[in-house]
Design a protein around this ligand. Structure first.
Ligand code: HEC
Ligand code: HEC
Length: 223
C-alpha cells in the first residue's frame, strides 16, 4: 500500500499527533510500509526518535510486541541490528529488517548508546502464566535445562552477549522463544537458545514470560 507519509514533526503537538496516528496504525497491523525508515522525513530529529514510535523515546515501550530497549547493553543492541540486516532475525511484518537496513553505521551507534543509557522502568504482567514456576525455572533450571540466570543474570547479564530478560514484555519473550524453536531466529551462537527453546514446554514458556514481565530489576540479594 503506497501512501506518501511525509510529515514535518517539528512541534511537540505535531509529534504527539503523529505518534498517536502511528500507534493506531500499528495496532491495526498496518506496520509494514509505514514503518520503513525511508517513508519518514527524519530531518531535524535525533536518530533514536524514529525508533520511538514503537520502542518509546526512553526505550520503555508500551506495547508488548515492541521490546523494551532501555538499559540493554550497547553490544547486544548493536548485534541485533546487524542480525536483522543480515536476515538472521526476522519478524512478522519485516519492519525491523527494513529499518535496520536503512540506518547508517553512525546513526546506529548513536541510537544504541542512547538506549543502553536509559533506565528500565518497572514492567507489568502482560501474559498469563504460573509466575512462581517461571521464577524457579529461571533461577534453578530443571533436568536438561540450565538455569536462565547462569547466562541472563539478575541485575545484569552474566554472559557477555546475553540480553537482560527481567522487565521485558512477556508476549515479546514468548515470541522469541517460539522463533528460536522454529528457527525463525537463528542468531544465537552455537544454537544455545534453539536447544533451550526446543526443550521448554508451552506452559513453561508462559510461566517464564509471566515471571520475567512482572519482575522488578533485581539485585543478587533479593533472590
Ligand atoms: C514499526 C515499529 C518499529 C520501529 C519504528 C522500530 N522497531 Fe525495533 N522492533 C520492532 C519489533 C516488532 C521488534 C520485535 C521483532 C521480533 O518479533 O523479533 C523490534 C525489535 C528490535 C530490537 C531487538 C531487541 C531485543 O531485545 O532483541 C532492536 C535492537 C530494535 N528493534 C531496534 C530498533 C531501532 C534502533 C529502531 C530505530 C532505528 C527501531 N527498532 C525501530 C518494531 C519497531
Ligand atoms: C548458556 C547461556 C544461556 C542460557 C543458559 C540461557 N540463555 Fe537465553 N540467550 C543467550 C544468549 C547468548 C542470547 C542472545 C542471542 C543473540 O545473540 O541474539 C539469548 C537470548 C535469549 C532471548 C531473547 C531476548 C531478546 O531480548 O530478544 C530469550 C527470550 C532468552 N534468551 C530466554 C532464555 C530463557 C527463558 C532461558 C532459561 C530457560 C535462557 N534464555 C537460558 C544465552 C543463554
Amino acid at each position: 500500500m503506497a501512501i506518501s507519509w511525509r510529515t514535518d514533526v517539528n512541534t511537540r503537538s505535531q509529534r504527539d499527533c503523529f505518534v498517536t496516528v502511528f500507534l493506531a496504525l500499528t495496532t491495526l497491523g498496518f506496520t509494514g510500509s509505514y514503518a520503513h525508515a525511508d517513508t519518514l522525513d527524519t530531518r531535524g530529529m535525533a536518530p533514536h526518535e524514529q525508533c520511538a514510535y514503537c520502542h518509546g523515546l526512553d526505550g520503555n515501550s508500551a506495547m508488548p510486541r515492541f521490546p523494551r530497549l532501555a538499559g540493554q547493553s550497547a553490544s547486544y543492541l548493536r548485534k541485533q541490528l546487524a542480525d536483522f540486516k543480515r536476515g538472521r532475525r526476522t519478524n512478522d511484518e519485516g519492519a525491523m529488517s527494513g529499518i535496520a537496513d536503512a540506518l547508517s553505521d553512525a546513526e546506529a551507534e548513536k541510537i544504541v548508546i542512547h538506549y543502553a543509557a536509559q533506565p528500565l522502568r518497572a514492567g507489568s504482567p502482560d501474559i498469563e502464566g504460573d509466575a512462581a514456576a517461571g521464577r524457579r525455572l529461571y533461577f534453578n533450571g530443571r533436568r536438561a535445562i540450565a538455569a536462565c540466570a547462569t547466562c541472563h543474570g539478575t541485575d545484569a547479564p552474566v554472559l557477555a552477549g546475553a540480553p537482560r530478560l527481567l522487565g521485558q514484555h512477556g508476549a515479546y519473550l514468548a515470541k522469541q522463544l517460539q522463533d528460536f524453536r522454529r528457527g525463525a531466529r537463528r542468531n544465537d551462537a552455537g544454537g544455545v537458545m534453539h536447544r533451550i527453546a526446543k526443550a521448554l514446554e508451552e506452559p513453561e514458556v508462559r510461566a517464564l514470560s509471566a515471571f520475567l514481565a512482572a519482575a522488578p530489576v533485581m539485585t543478587g540479594a533479593s533472590r
